[in-house]
Design a protein around this ligand. Structure first.
Ligand code: ATP
Ligand code: MG
Length: 419
């Protein structure tokens, strides 16, 4: 089978690598954002702890200056006078003795024992040195400074962390979006280019085949006719009969190739009229009967009448191609089933066979001109048929037959019976 220009162009483009790089960059960005978020969240706790330490140190320095650090009443007046200074960031200030006894407090004292989730509790020993700045005074064993800090005072850090996370998420979305957009645009571009190439090829083929076909047809007709005359002249049992039959068979094959090429290169205008599809199918079955019998294949047709407005000669050609394909794919004893259904303004003709199906191949590839899996096929049957169906305003699609084998679906516009 010929490899198509489209597939080659698409394979040449390393879409997987582009996707992998975009995903990797996105993952990196996300990991970095999460790491920053965690770091900033830790920083927030540290910020609150430092703020608590600053307040405790300032108060302790005051108390040390007065030389009355071991006096609870002194601490009470100190906290009372200084609470206002810190009320923006602290809900309460307290000095706590052994076993949690409150020696002095200011602010929202109810929160000392039940702080709730909006407060960060800073606690540090008063009577022991910390960071080399405080030392104990007599009678201050286990005295602690407890400060309830509003977590909201560190909210700016959380906002920063969330902002950073949002920016990274947005960057990831933009990168992924752009990558998909780029890949899709490129895909379309490649398809368009491949199609343009195909069309140019077909145009050239059209011109060439039209003149070639014209030149080939007449001598071919003469060769076939003369061979048939020779057959008549000879005894039916003459040993040359077999060879002459082969000559006629090959001439017919060439005739078909030439007319297929002509059909494809220079499609004729449809001649639309009302006709019944069922007798047309019956005619085709009679015509195919010798081949059906030789292959041991049956052809089941629907009951009529099924009238429609279309081009009967064109439909005959399409159905012949599709039925021939089904017949050629069918195993001995297999059945080909044709069904007709009217649906949503369309008449749908399905041709099912019990052959091997498409064996994982993309059926679209098989519709392309000159793609054939047969030694004696031209690969034009489906290409011509699709072109005809599209000219009639319909479509031809290939797919799997749910019962095994292949299914060819032909759709035709069906405005319904005329009044
Ligand atoms: N019903 C089917 N089941 C399995 N394969 C199919 C069927 N119909 C078509 N194919 C595959 O698609 C290919 C193309 O079909 P197409 O009718 O275009 O050309 P062809 O049958 O090879 O030649 P011809 O021009 O003589 O019809 C076939 O060669 C065959 O491999
Ligand atoms: Mg065919």
């Amino acid at each position: 089978m010929k490899e198509s220009a489209r597939t080659r162009a698409q394979e040449a483009f390393p879409r997987r690598w582009v996707l992998a790089v975009a995903l990797l960059v996105s993952l990196g960005l996300l990991a970095n954002a999460v790491y920053t978020y965690i770091t900033l969240t830790r920083l927030r706790a540290q910020y609150l702890d430092n703020r608590g330490y600053e307040i405790a140190a300032a108060l302790d320095t005051q108390a040390r200056g007065a030389g009355r650090r071991n006096n609870p009443e002194y601490w009470q007046s100190l906290l009372d006078t200084h609470y206002d200074v810190y009320s923006g960031s602290a809900a309460f200030l307290a000095v706590v003795g052994p076993e949690g006894r409150i020696l002095a407090s200011a602010g929202d004292t109810g929160a000392i024992l039940d702080p709730g989730p909006d407060l960060f509790i800073f606690e540090d020993a008063l009577g022991h040195p910390r960071r080399g700045r405080r030392e104990a005074a007599p009678g201050m064993n286990d005295w602690k400074m407890r400060i309830g800090l509003y977590t909201s005072s560190a909210d700016f850090i959380r906002r920063l962390a969330l902002f950073q996370l949002a920016i990274s998420a947005m960057a990831v979305l933009i990168i992924l979006g752009l990558t998909f957009f780029l890949l899709r645009t490129l895909d379309r571009f490649l398809k368009l280019k491949a199609r343009e190439g195909e069309e140019a090829q077909l145009r050239a083929l059209g011109v060439m085949s039209a003149s070639l076909a014209h030149e080939i047809r007449n001598p071919l007709g003469a060769m076939k006719g003369l061979t048939q005359l020779a057959q008549e002249d000879l005894d039916p049992g003459h040993p040359a009969q077999e060879r002459l039959r082969t000559v006629v068979g090959e001439a017919e094959r060439l005739e078909r190739l030439v007319s297929d090429l002509l059909d494809f290169a220079r499609p004729r205008e449809p001649e639309i009229r009302e006709f019944d599809l069922v007798p047309l199918l019956g005619d085709l079955r009679s015509m195919l009967q010798p081949k059906l019998a030789a292959a041991g294949v049956t052809l089941d047709l629907p009951d009529g009448p099924v009238t429609l407005r279309s081009d009967p000669a064109a439909m005959r050609q399409v159905l012949l191609n599709v039925l021939l394909n089904a017949l050629e794919a069918s195993p001995p004893g297999g059945a080909i089933g044709v069904t007709l259904a009217r649906e949503g303004g369309f008449l749908e003709i399905t041709v099912d066979d019990a052959g091997p199906g498409f064996g994982g191949r993309d059926p679209e590839e098989l519709v392309r001109p000159f793609v054939t899996g047969k030694t004696r096929g031209t690969g034009l049957g489906l290409a011509v048929s699709r072109q005809i169906m599209e000219r009639l305003g319909g479509s031809l699609t290939l797919g799997p037959n749910p019962g095994g084998g292949a299914r060819c679906t032909l759709r035709l516009p069906d405005p319904g019976p005329r009044p």
